[in-house]
Design a protein around this ligand. Sequence first.
Ligand code: TMP
Length: 216
Amino acid sequence: MNRGKFITVEGSEGVGKTTNINYIRTILEQQGKEVVESREPGGTPLGEELRELLLDHRHTGMSEDAELLLMFAARAEHLAQLIIPALEAGKWVICDRFTDASHAYQGGGRGIKSSRISTLESWVQRWEDGSELQPDFTLLLDIDPKIGLERAGKRGALDRFEKEQSDFFERVRQEYLRRATESPERFHIVDAGETLTEVQQSIAAALLLMTNIGSS
Ligand code: TMP
């Protein structure tokens, strides 16, 4: 059984992740792939409880390290219970955010040193035999945070992250873009300010390339 592929979708608030994840899912299913969709923080019963704590305003002022560690605790559970078993069963996993979000939000946004985040990344994504799990493909939906936040605001009450100031989201965006430039073979950046048709054309072309490479 061939291992499935791991696809992650990233971007700051209001970039249209949900619509585009549905689109990716449709394309992959049309190709006959079995798809599992999940999200972070979340994706397991424990992860969803941690998500509630992380997004809740009662915890405004949570220490930066506690926030980072909770993100990785949820991720460790997600990997063990859902992501790795699904990939090993040949399924394709599409995840709404993954470790790039910790680098962008806790690193870029909060200012935690990237070496500290990388330590946790190795802790949960690297095994004793030296093998490592990284996404096979990461779609970065990029938008001016002012436009994204306006869109997010229209969806309803803002969570603990969405209440941050615009300079926080500018730092998040810059860190995402920096990481994408650093790993161009993994990332595909899409201008999420374009029309939905344009965005989806770009996603379809990138996925086609990726699935062709994947099957060769
Ligand atoms: P969502 O609203 O896109 O589902 O994500 C929840 C929030 O969690 C979002 O504001 C980004 C944030 N987040 C982090 O700060 N670090 C992480 O590692 C992840 C996965 C999400």
